[in-house]
Write a protein that binds this ligand. Structure first.
Ligand SMILES: [Zn+2]
Length: 209
């Protein structure tokens, strides 16, 4: 391909227009004016993202199926799952802590994993899932929450510090929780939206809704 036939790309930071260049494996293209990263060549990013997303989903189910926190209720020691802890906080009138815990440790990770699997599984078997564009936009919107794993760890530590009755149970759920934080970080670093568009463009001649 001649130099002036290559597609144009705008820098997301300073809007400078440049021609795309082919990259070596694991290479990154940077803006020549401000140095922002334009795109990366991550070999096999679709397969890696899918594998990490499936592992995350399995660990997420295990985390939420086994007791993670020990809780003292009217003198009775109980072992509860994360969701039961959220319920218990709500019942004790701590609505803000309960809502924050639910959103950061359960809802956002579940939404992120759900969207990734909804996108990647059909693409892997050669289908185009309906609504690719809105889902890619939604993933961009929740990207600022992309440090989900950090929020999750933070909320767990805060729970034990804030609520005297809580203690962490060092069991299956806790080790899965640690694994889940690592897997979510791996999903974030391997996911490359550019590869998804390139893959879909190649198979569908741009007929994507
Ligand atoms: Zn720039």
């Amino acid at each position: 391909m001649k130099n002036d036939e290559r597609p144009l790309i705008a820098c997301p930071q300073c809007d400078l227009l440049m021609r795309e260049i082919p990259l070596p494996s694991k290479g990154a293209a940077c803006c020549c004016r401000c140095g922002a990263t334009l795109y990366r060549n991550l070999p096999d990013s679709l397969n890696r993202s899918l594998a990490f997303s499936i592992s995350s989903a399995i660990l997420f189910i295990i985390v939420n199926s086994f007791p993670l926190l020990g809780i003292n209720l009217q003198g009775n020691a109980n072992a509860v799952t994360l969701l039961q802890a959220v319920q218990s906080l709500w019942d004790q009138g701590m609505h803000l802590v309960s809502s924050l815990t639910f959103i950061t440790a359960i809802f956002v990770p579940a939404l992120e994993m759900g969207l990734m699997l909804y996108l990647l599984v059909p693409i892997r078997i050669g289908l185009v899932p309906p609504g690719v564009s809105p889902i890619m936009r939604l993933l961009q919107i929740i990207k600022p929450w992309g440090m989900v794993e950090v929020f999750m760890l933070g909320i767990l530590v805060s729970l034990v510090k804030l609520v005297q009755d809580f203690r962490i149970i060092p069991g299956v759920a806790l080790w899965s929780f640690v694994g889940l934080t690592v897997m979510l970080a791996a999903v974030a670093s391997s996911f490359n939206p550019r590869d998804i568009w390139a893959h879909l463009d190649k198979d569908n001649d741009g007929k994507i809704d």
